[in-house]
Write a protein that binds this ligand. Structure first.
Ligand code: IPE
Ligand code: IPE
Ligand code: MG
Length: 249
């Protein structure tokens, strides 16, 4: 039986977040430059988006470029930005065919102008698509996001829009880039690394983690469904006891 057939469609995560890692190592294994790995990572993005949309996942957030990734060699950063422009341009049609809307989180103002323009255009051209949101985390890091949110909350307090006593965890949620998304039930990281690398720290408080040794360019539909099958074997307790959870489910 394929993994796709094993997925229980009545218990799908609504939101899956993915740390796409291992492009550089994949390229090295082939005796190629790191950029070659990034280029081949695009295939995995396409496969993952299609797999998620086909099965009925509503939101997929992909960690595509972190705040810290700006510190990589300039040639690699430039190549990644070029690849982004090119890919977004090429894929808009496929996104529309699959009824997927493109969205973004992160410090998009720090992206090169060409990149930002292409991104905004694709977001505009796909905004009415209903089946799934594909959210690209670009120039994103959780500490940057939380810092920005804190600043905005402070400004709103100063302007009298909210009172300090009214600030609750929902308030903080509302000021994050992810305000309109449900929390990811599942977080996947490829390439055998077991760390979060500044991704969605607030939002993954109760996410299930799935790690695979597969390098990102080799990730595909069945790998995605395998992660869903594994997720569905878990018992999510949210701090309660197993007995409590079983009684209410
Ligand atoms: C992930 O692959 C892609 C980005 C971070 C942009 P890496 O480039 O981190 O690949 P490794 O981890 O060096 O193999
Ligand atoms: C995390 O991968 C960021 C993205 C996938 C965009 P990195 O390869 O940059 O993370 P570290 O350096 O291994 O923590
Ligand atoms: Mg990496």
């Amino acid at each position: 039986m394929t993994y796709k057939e094993q997925v229980d469609r009545s218990r799908l995560p609504r939101h899956v977040a993915i740390i796409m890692d291992g492009n550089g190592r994949w390229a090295k294994q082939q005796g190629e430059m790191r950029v070659f790995g990034h280029q081949n990572g695009v295939t995995a993005v396409r496969q993952t988006a299609e797999a998620a949309a086909e099965i009925g996942v509503e939101y997929v957030t992909l960690y595509a470029f972190s705040t810290e990734n700006w510190n990589r060699p300039k040639e690699e950063v430039d190549a990644l930005m070029q690849l982004l422009v090119h890919t977004i341009h090429e894929e808009t049609k496929t996104l529309n065919e699959n009824d997927i809307r493109l969205e973004t989180i992160g410090d998009t103002n720090s992206l090169p102008e060409s990149c930002r323009r292409e991104l905004l255009e694709a977001i505009e051209n796909t905004k009415n698509n209903k089946r799934m949101a594909l959210v690209l985390a670009l120039s994103y890091s959780s500490r940057w996001e939380i810092t920005e949110a804190t600043r905005k909350i402070a400004e709103d307090v100063q302007q009298g829009k909210i009172k300090p006593a009214e600030i609750g965890s929902d308030t903080i949620n509302d000021y994050l880039c992810t305000a309109k998304y449900p929390e990811p039930e599942l977080l996947i990281r490829t390439s055998g690394e077991h760390r979060v690398s500044n991704f969605l720290l607030w939002q993954i408080a109760y996410s299930e983690f799935y790690f695979t040794d597969t390098l990102w360019p080799d990730f595909n539909k069945e790998e995605f469904y395998k992660a869903l099958v594994d997720y569905q074997k878990r018992e999510r307790r949210f701090g309660q006891t197993s007995e409590q959870v079983l009684k209410t489910s």
